[in-house]
Design a protein around this ligand. Structure first.
Ligand code: ATP
Ligand code: MG
Length: 247
């Protein structure tokens, strides 16, 4: 294990890199995942490596939407499993959602390694291995989901999802919450609730909002979702990137 002093100006980015590297070593994260990480880091740098007010509002709307859902599912890929395994388990508990392993480059070994990793972090039931459902309009391997998981979900949280699959899930009529640091990516563009933030900050914050909304009424939760403006959120994220006010 490496030691990164918390005072280091790039602490979070070094920690993130280290976790992804470990994920690759453990067979959880694909090599492609390293490239996705690099892209994410570049955007996070441009966003000042902090949760903007607009991202926080999206995280609150996501919490409200997950609590309102009939059957919410949180999708987990190799980067998500490496970066926030325990945090995803906590969020699933807070909003009573299923966890489903869902990979762009699907291999049975990686599916199993990720499911085991989530169980080591406290998950009880992990979906994704049955793969008896399909997302329409995607090629065979990319289309696989569990029929009683993402297949039956009304609300899905898909962090760091590939653009094609994000679009195909939205086309199935699912309410899609995406976490993606690039507001211009097709994944963010196709989401009902795009969260433009680092998943390391986003997931615990959605959980905090969900806990805060535990006693809220259905009407209060609906109001939060209704007042969330996805176009404004995407525009504000892009503005924050373009403004170049870095610290
Ligand atoms: P598309 O336009 O098809 O969506 P893409 O650029 O999103 O293409 P990928 O590289 O597969 O293609 O997607 C990885 C995405 O995940 C990138 O948009 C990147 O910014 C984002 N990302 C990477 N690491 C993180 C992270 N830690 N938190 C949030 N988003 C991240
Ligand atoms: Mg994308």
């Amino acid at each position: 294990d490496i030691e990164i002093p918390e005072s280091h100006p790039r602490y979070l980015s070094l920690l993130t890199r280290h976790r992804i590297e470990e994920g690759v070593e453990k067979g959880i994260t694909s090599k492609q995942g390293l490239i996705a990480e690099g892209r994410g880091e570049a955007f996070d740098y441009l966003l000042g490596e902090e949760t903007t007010a607009s991202a926080d509002a999206a995280e609150r709307a996501a919490a409200a939407q997950l609590l309102l859902a009939e059957h919410p599912v949180l999708s987990v890929n190799g980067n998500v499993a490496a970066l926030v395994p325990g945090e995803m388990v906590e969020l699933a508990e807070a909003v009573d959602a299923d966890l489903e392993v869902n990979l762009f480059n699907r291999t049975e070994e990686r599916m199993r390694a990720i499911a085991d990793h989530l169980r080591e972090h406290g998950a009880e039931d992990v979906k994704g291995l049955t793969a008896d459902g399909r997302i329409p309009n995607l090629d065979h391997e990319r289309a696989k989901v569990d029929a009683d998981g993402i297949g039956a979900a009304d609300v899905v949280l898909v962090p760091l999802e590939d653009g094609d699959r994000a679009e195909a899930l939205a086309a199935m009529g699912k309410v899609e919450i995406v976490v993606d640091l690039n507001p211009m990516s097709r994944s963010a563009q196709s989401a009902a609730i795009p969260i433009v933030d680092n998943i390391i900050r986003a997931v615990p914050n959605v959980t905090d909002h969900a806990r805060d909304l535990t006693d809220a009424t259905e009407e209060e939760r609906e109001k939060i979702v209704r007042e969330f403006d996805r176009e404004a959120a995407l525009r504000e994220a892009e503005d924050a990137i373009r403004s170049g006010e870095l610290d």
